[in-house]
Design a protein around this ligand. Structure first.
Ligand SMILES: Cc1cc2nc3c(=O)[nH]c(=O)nc-3n(C[C@H](O)[C@H](O)[C@H](O)COP(=O)(O)O)c2cc1C
Length: 384
């Protein structure tokens, strides 16, 4: 794949992966992107997962023929991008590895070797001349690891963005960008909104025509769309008006209440109503929807004086990612001492700008007239 006349794609698609980063479902696989700039000097951006080293080396050979790369730029040390450094250096032993000081430290930890004789340590604003192409390094600590550097090619106006602007999904599968990029962002980068905001400020000062991330497609049209979404996500602003109802249920009564509330909201003309069973559906997708919409309803059974485990896991997945600026309604169920609402409220104690609805629905085992009226009140409040 050609990005510009002298920037070529040499990445690989992974359809064998079961869980990305040990937890994220990736039905459409994953792409590990890598790029080659051929100029007076030849630079390669990042390596790929260890299972694909040979395919990646063949892709490089295809572009370079017998030419030898001068630089291997390591922007990010997660092994899906760094695990082929060793085999690369066996094949091209004279290459200089370009990375941050922190990246070399992590390299030694992972692979027992930091190529001390072949290092070029770079930091914010350092430049590397390849010929026509001048690369300027942009430090992006904690987007989403500490060693990350990104790279701006001022000749081609290409921004190599490491894991930022990436998404789940291999490149040979056609799918909507925003859904899988949002799930990727909130699953993996979501905690680091402040750091992403700092990066966006730096990016705003660059004339960028193409974004080359380490996962997902190369972005070269309508870049404002992607930049604006990253602005919204990293500022923890809701992207769309809508309500996510997330529930757990043992015997089906809380589920029934959640579904009834969804119907009430639809009947009232609520812009968008999404509903998810936290025990059965992908929690990462629920996290994505919770950040996407401006309102959230949590419905759960009381469980040994606590909330049902999947609900706790879900709420902790939100709070650890700085969930904020949202309205939350609560539905609790219990057969003798319903305490789930109190526990859920406590779980958000440290969260900023959370508004709880005045109505909290209390179900004692099964919906009755009183709790159904509370549901109606909650629906009314959420649609005000
Ligand atoms: C293992 C277990 C522990 C429970 N602990 C409590 C409890 O501490 N307090 C309470 O009021 N109900 C407790 N319950 C009862 C459920 O919360 C209650 O029956 C609820 O109505 C179930 O709602 P569901 O039909 O949506 O599953 C427990 C149920 C189970 C299975």
């Amino acid at each position: 794949m050609t990005i510009t006349e002298d920037i070529k794609y040499v990445g690989v698609n992974d359809h064998d992966i079961d869980l990305f980063e040990g937890q994220h479902q990736v039905e459409n696989g994953m792409a590990y992107n890598s790029y080659v700039i051929t100029d007076d000097k030849i630079a390669i951006f990042d390596t790929v997962d260890a299972h694909f080293s040979e395919e990646w080396l063949a892709n490089i050979k295809n572009v370079l023929d017998d030419a030898k790369p001068d630089y291997l730029i390591i922007q990010h040390m997660e092994p899906d991008h760094s695990a082929s450094i060793g085999i690369f250096m066996e094949n091209y032993p004279d290459t200089t590895i370009v990375a941050s000081a922190k990246a070399f430290t992590i390299m030694k930890q992972f692979f027992g070797c930091d190529y001390a004789e072949h290092q070029l340590v770079v930091k914010e604003k350092d430049t590397l001349e390849l010929g026509k192409h001048t690369l300027t390094f942009v430090a992006a600590p904690m987007v989403h690891w500490p060693e990350v550097i990104m790279t701006y090619d001022s000749y081609a106006k290409v921004f190599f963005s490491a894991d930022a602007f990436g998404k789940f999904g291999a490149l040979d599968v056609e799918e909507d960008w925003a859904c899988e990029a949002r799930r990727y962002y909130f699953g993996i980068v979501g905690k680091y909104g402040a750091q992403v905001q700092a990066l966006l400020k730096k990016a705003a000062g660059l004339d960028i025509q193409t974004i080359c991330p380490l996962h997902g497609p190369v972005l070269n049209e309508n870049l404002d769309f992607y930049l604006n979404l990253y602005q919204t996500w990293s500022a923890y602003e809701p992207e769309d008006k809508g309500v996510l109802i997330a529930y757990t249920s043992v015997y089906g009564n809380t589920k029934k209440a959640a579904e009834l509330l969804a119907q009430m909201l639809v009947d009232k003309g609520c812009e968008k109503v999404a509903i998810t069973d936290l025990a059965r559906d992908d929690i990462a997708e629920a996290v994505e929807d919770a950040f996407r919409y401006d309102r959230l309803v949590l419905a759960t059974t009381t469980y040994n004086g606590d909330v049902f485990p999947f609900m706790r896991e879900f709420i902790e997945s939100l709070t650890e990612r700085n969930y904020q600026k949202r309205t939350i309604g609560l539905i609790e169920n219990g057969s003798w001492a319903a305490t789930a609402a109190k526990v859920m409220r406590q779980l958000f104690e440290k969260s900023k700008e959370i508004t709880f609805t005045e109505t909290t629905v209390k179900i004692m085992s099964a919906l009755n007239e009183e709790s159904t009226t509370q549901l109606e009140n909650l629906a009314e409040e959420l649609c005000k």
